[in-house]
Design a binder for this molecule. Sequence first.
Ligand SMILES: [Mn+2]
Length: 290
Amino acid sequence: MGERDQTDGVELMLPPWGRLAEAAPDWVVGHLHPDLDSLVSARTAAELVGSRPAAWGEAEPLSAATWARLGEEPLPLLADAGSLGLVDTSRPETRRPVAWAVDHHPLGAGERPYPVYMQPWGATATLIAQARDRFGSPARRLLAAAILADTMALTSNRTTDHDRAALDALVPDWQALLPLVFPAHLSLTPAQWRQAGRKQVLGLPWASGGGMGEPPDLDAIAEGEEGPFAFSWIDLRQKTTTLALVMDHRVVRRLTYPAVLSRTRIGPEIRGPMEETFGRELRYESEAKE
Ligand SMILES: [Mn+2]
C-alpha cells in the first residue's frame, strides 16, 4: 500500500479502504451495462466501505446469467439521488457527487474532481482482491470469478502477474469456477444468443461470447437473423476465434483463426473479411464497454 505516485491527478496507489469508509458514498456502481467485473467490484467495494451496491442499467446478458449461476440476486438499479463510488468504469460521472473511483482502465477524457485509484491490471476485482483478508469465502469466490471473466481465464493480453497471484490466493482451486464463468454456450438458444453481448462494430450488430466447449450451432442462429449480423465465439480450449457473417438468414462467411484475445480489439483479420463482404462504408463504432 505504501507506494504512491501521481500522474495527471490519478493516484497510482491501492484504495485506502479504511479512509474511504469514513466518508462512504451512498452507492457503489460500475459501468452502464455492467459485466461480471463491474457487478462483483460494486458488490465487494460496497462491502468494504459500508455502502450499497447498484447497477447503472441492465447487466450485460451473459454476465447477468453468470451472476445468477454464482447464486447472486440482481443488484438494484441505481437511484436518481445519492453520492457515488465508481468502480470498473472510465466514465467521469460529474453531474452528481462522486466520492472516488477504483478502476483498471486507462482513463478517458473528462474532468475528475475526485480521487481515482487505478492499476493497469486485468480486472478491477484484482485491485479489490488486495484486501482479500477482509472478505469471507463467498466474496472471495465472486472476486475470483470476475478475474477469470475479465482476463478470459488468464489468456487475455491484459492479464498480469497480479491477476494470477490474486486468483491463486482467493480460491486455490479456481479451475472449478471455469464452468460457471464460461459455460457451454451450446445450452443457449439462438434467441438467447441474439440477446447476448450485442453491440455495434463496424456498423453491424455484433454478438460475441467466449466458451470452453464446442461452438454453438451457427446455422441455427443464422436462421433467425435477417442480417447483416456478425457473430464471434472464442474457444478458450482451442484458443481460436470463430467468426460468422450472416445475411438473409444464412452464414455467408465463416472463419476460424488464432484467438484475438483482447475483447476490444477489432483486428484486420476480422475487419478485412467484413469489409470485403459488406462494403467499405462499414464504420467501427467502438464503445467503452468496460
Ligand atoms: Mn473490468
